[in-house]
Design a protein around this ligand. Sequence first.
Ligand SMILES: NC(=O)C1=CN([C@@H]2O[C@H](COP(=O)(O)OP(=O)(O)OC[C@H]3O[C@@H](n4cnc5c(N)ncnc54)[C@H](O)[C@@H]3O)[C@@H](O)[C@H]2O)C=CC1
Ligand SMILES: O=C(O)C(=O)COP(=O)(O)O
Length: 525
Amino acid sequence: MKKVLIPTKLDAVARETLNANGSYEVVQDDSQELATLASQHSDTYALIVRSEKVTAEIIDAMPTLKVIIRAGAGYNTIDIKHARSKGVDVMNTPGANANAVAEEVVALMLADARHVVAADASTRAGKWEKKNFMGKEVTGKTIGIVGFGAIGQLVAKRLSGFDVKILAYDPFLSDERARDLGAESVELTDIFAKCDYVSLHMPENDDTRGIINKSLIARMKNGATIINCARAGILNENDLRELKADKGLRFLNDVYPKDEAADQTVTDIADIMLPHLGASTVEANFNAAKRSATQLIGYDEKGIASYVVNRDVPMGLDRAYSELAYALAHTCRGIAGGNKQMKLIETSFYGDLARFGDWLLVQIVAALSDDFDRTQGYDAALEYLKEMGVEYFNRETDTSKGYGNAITVDVTTSVDAAHFKRVSVRGTVAEGNMMISRINDFDKLYFEPSGTAVLFIYKDRPGVIGQIGHTLAEAGINIDDMRNPHDPSGVDSLALMRITGKADCDVVEKIAQQIEALHASCISY
Ligand SMILES: NC(=O)C1=CN([C@@H]2O[C@H](COP(=O)(O)OP(=O)(O)OC[C@H]3O[C@@H](n4cnc5c(N)ncnc54)[C@H](O)[C@@H]3O)[C@@H](O)[C@H]2O)C=CC1
Ligand SMILES: O=C(O)C(=O)COP(=O)(O)O
């Protein structure tokens, strides 16, 4: 049984769904600190949280932890890099609480437009301040949405009944897509210059922290409103403080640097403050809980990792090596012939790369198969290979070879029922560039796998390179770079060339016949 720890007020449907599956022992307890629960349940396999802070210490307190699920959208509260370094996948449940936040935005807009909060307090106090509470209408206004994802799009949809004009800014939004969703895609500066309401709906991360600053706020129309139901960190609150009174801006807020009782720093500038209530509806809590449980089951039973958000390069590994692993396997595949039946994959990870072998295997399997994508994990890669009937063997590496940080990928494919062909490619990264250093017995290549490469193996004799160059030239193809070593016996030669333009199979085939090649292939990187 896999232990699942739920240290939060999450709908019981998560627990019920996992219990019904039969593979999980669920501990749900929101009465104690997460740190206490983590040390009590150090054998936890999966942790399901809402906004609870999951620090490196908490992750380390559960050495068997494999997956953290954020029942919600924003995962800035989880140390995803530390999780990655410990082989822990982090997932969120995108969209599960989006409608709740969209409705909260509409609630804040209307409440502020009609002074609902202050007028309620005043009337309860026995006053009759009808004249003081002159309101305004949302209908017909221009609304700017920054971050046009699940929530941003639903804000636009829910507000459409008010006949508003929606301007949206999102770096991943095309004009067509915006139009389809009832919005106009504009630059960030235009949102601030043109809108009566600006609602923030992007995640907080290194790119967005403090992005809503003085230069943007200064562009706002007098009397316009900023709504922040995303994360406190994306808005520079001192910049807003500086400009707010002069411009008569309104500020409606749901989010704070820390989710806890305190004298909040924005109290002086916020016109309405809620205690991070965006996702706090019965429906959103149910949706996020249900999704957490079903995503965990899908992850465990089918290797579905599409919700994993931290499959980035692990700490300590240069991203170039993950590209190298992919490029080497892609080269093997190109030489072996893409549609051959794979039987065996062997790898060697030299130097510091030895400890990242599991992670690098994912890149290798993804390069060797169109059906396996690079965002999946090591377990999913092994499972996939097993399903495909492919054996995998990672060799112990011999540091005395002096290869530094290098990778070898060998792929054995079946040529017919009884015969196998093995392609072996080794490579490294030098001065930030990927290099193929060996293909089968052809050593010291130092060839950069990029663009389009053609490769011919032939019985060594004079004049062959001239013939290849001539036929390529006839087809309008130039040679950018070239290696031409002999094998150790001196009998065979390899011509490995990077060419301009696209690969042309007919030309490669023609050359192969002209030079009586033992092997010819063409690889696009
Ligand atoms: N107040 C609350 O209770 C809740 C707050 N949230 C916050 O809202 C955020 C958005 O949630 P969803 O819409 O569900 O996520 P989402 O991932 O569907 O949408 C986020 C959008 O922001 C865009 N984006 C990324 N960088 C950007 C940038 N620099 N400028 C503008 N847009 C950028 C992305 O392309 C994406 O379309 C979450 O990350 C979370 O921090 C989410 C749920 C509840
Ligand atoms: O999903 C999100 O990003 C949220 O901010 C919701 O947080 P909560 O689950 O209500 O603590």
